[in-house]
Write a protein that binds this ligand. Structure first.
Ligand SMILES: [Zn+2]
Length: 141
């Protein structure tokens, strides 16, 4: 159950073995998804690229980590919200565009029933919300 706001994805980003290769794939992701206005977030662009466009030689799973994402993953281990429909633990995604083409800062997505809750809270704001939920003890592991 989300605290009245909304969710978080595993953000499984597929990083690469060497820097040049990695830079090339990031460049291609930016060309396709940032230059065209689909997203303004490179992590989101890269995720989309790896999901939809990357060739077999580009599909080397690695995590792109940042202190913020690590903190969010950690908070979600203690306080992962659940889907209002099916009670499955939901995932937080950074950056999303809804079917009407409206852009959102984040979206909570159910991996089971694919219910999506869009949000204009940033990842940082969600982290603070999750931390306050943990402090209040409102979310049981
Ligand atoms: Zn669900």
């Amino acid at each position: 159950m989300l605290p009245k706001h909304t969710l978080m994805s595993n953000n499984t980003i597929l990083p690469l073995t060497n820097e040049a290769h990695r830079a090339m794939v990031i460049h291609k992701a930016a060309e396709k998804y940032i230059k065209t206005g689909i997203t303004n977030n490179i992590t989101d662009a890269l995720r989309r690229y790896l999901d939809s466009d990357a060739g077999p030689d580009e599909q080397i799973p690695i995590f792109i980590t940042s202190p913020l994402l690590q903190a969010i993953r950690s908070a979600l281990r203690s306080a992962r919200p659940t889907c209002d429909e099916c009670r499955t633990g939901i995932n937080l995604q950074n950056g999303a565009t809804d079917q009407a083409g409206r852009k959102w800062l984040t979206a909570w997505i159910c991996p089971k029933c694919h219910r999506i809750e869009y949000s204009n809270q940033s990842l940082s704001e969600w982290l603070e919300i999750l931390k306050s939920e943990i402090r209040r003890g409102a979310v049981q592991p």
